[in-house]
Design a protein around this ligand. Structure first.
Ligand code: PMP
Length: 338
């Protein structure tokens, strides 16, 4: 007699928005730029030399070394996997404890992977200005306290002081820095002082490799060693590993794209200040119920619900995409507010 595990019967499918037919996609916090032609060609030439009949390295040491160099840390601190999504689930396998703490509204995959692991999810909602609440009240026995900074979908980063306060409880903290390259500061250096910290990063946003599925975790050598034990060998494919290394060899290009996105974010924010929240990420949270209106014009943005009902999350796109978005939003505001 077979039975489905009870954690699976409770598990809804991960909430991935359906692909919408739109001309302009500002709904998934992707980087609007694929590699420019010359760089893409150079990368493809390198990819063409990779023997596809051979397994990738069992553990992606070379990329981990390059990431460590980029961060000024040791390769022992870095663990590469298939996107930071996968690392959320793997991190939860490392620690003991029967519940996780999340702070809604936040990234949905924390709830998903915790439920998959069969652990309870305690939500301590963000405060009025999206600041962290009293998550420390649930530190005892926690398998992990998730802190997303900058937070998706609100865009704000949590102050370092507050992150340290949570770390001081001694509970495991998973600090998701998926958008940190667009923020003022990172807290990755705290892994030197706190064994209870795992920081998650990704190549999907600033580095523009969402399609390659490449993420990494950073932790103290001891914690990283435990995390390495739960990662199956050969998990990241050779093509993605090469793409990641390639981007780290072209940091000037990456920095140029980040500056462009920050410039466009400022332009959009200034124009719609009255309806936008300040952001340290590659998107803006807006108090405008414009999802359907924009979709009719061929522009996809993310519609939010629950406490953020009537809000949209808008990814910063290319200048011409943002221009179209801005003129559509002006039209929406004229129609609905006057
Ligand atoms: N963390 C946050 C906060 C995100 O918004 C996302 C992607 N939307 C991820 C992690 C997942 O990143 P990856 O593509 O590396 O799985």
């Amino acid at each position: 007699m077979w039975r489905i595990r009870s954690s699976i019967t409770r598990l809804p499918r991960a909430e991935v928005p359906p692909e919408v037919p739109a001309r302009i996609h500002l709904d998934k916090n992707e980087n609007p730029f694929d590699l420019p032609h010359g760089l893409k060609k150079e990368l493809c030439d390198e990819l063409s030399k990779i023997p596809l009949n051979r397994y990738p390295p069992a553990y992606p040491v070379e990329l981990e070394e390059k990431i460590a160099e980029h961060l000024g840390l040791s390769p022992e601190n870095v663990i590469v996997a298939n996107g930071s999504d996968e690392l959320i689930g793997l991190s939860l396998k490392v620690f003991d404890g029967n519940h996780v703490v999340i702070s809604s509204p936040t990234f949905g995959m924390y709830d998903f992977f915790a439920t998959l692991e069969g652990v309870k999810v305690i939500d301590v909602p963000l405060g009025e200005n999206f600041e962290l609440g009293d998550v420390e009240a649930h530190a005892e026995g926690a398998r992990a306290i998730f802190i997303c900074s900058p937070n998706n979908p609100t865009g704000n980063a949590h102050p370092r002081k507050r992150i340290i306060e949570v770390l001081e409880t001694g509970a495991p903290v998973i600090l998701d820095e998926a958008y940190v390259e667009f923020a003022r500061e990172s807290n990755i250096d705290l892994v030197k002082d706190y064994d209870n910290l795992i920081v998650l990063r990704t190549f999907s946003k600033a580095f523009g490799l969402a399609g390659a599925r490449l993420g990494y975790a950073v932790a103290s050598e001891e914690t990283a060693d435990y995390l390495r034990r739960v990662i199956p060998p050969f998990s990241v494919n050779s093509l993605s590993l090469k793409a990641g290394e390639f981007m780290l060899e072209h940091l000037d290009y990456v920095r140029h794209v980040i500056r462009y996105i920050l410039g466009e974010r400022g332009r959009l924010y200034r124009e719609f200040k009255e309806y936008s929240y300040p952001s340290e990420a590659n998107f803006l949270l807006m108090r405008l119920d414009a999802h359907n209106f924009l979709l009719k014009k061929g522009i996809a943005v993310k519609k939010l619900g629950g406490r953020l009902d009537g809000h949209i999350r808008v990814t910063i796109g290319k200048k011409e995409e943002n221009d179209e978005l801005m003129s559509a939003l002006r039209e929406f505001i004229d129609l609905t507010m006057n």
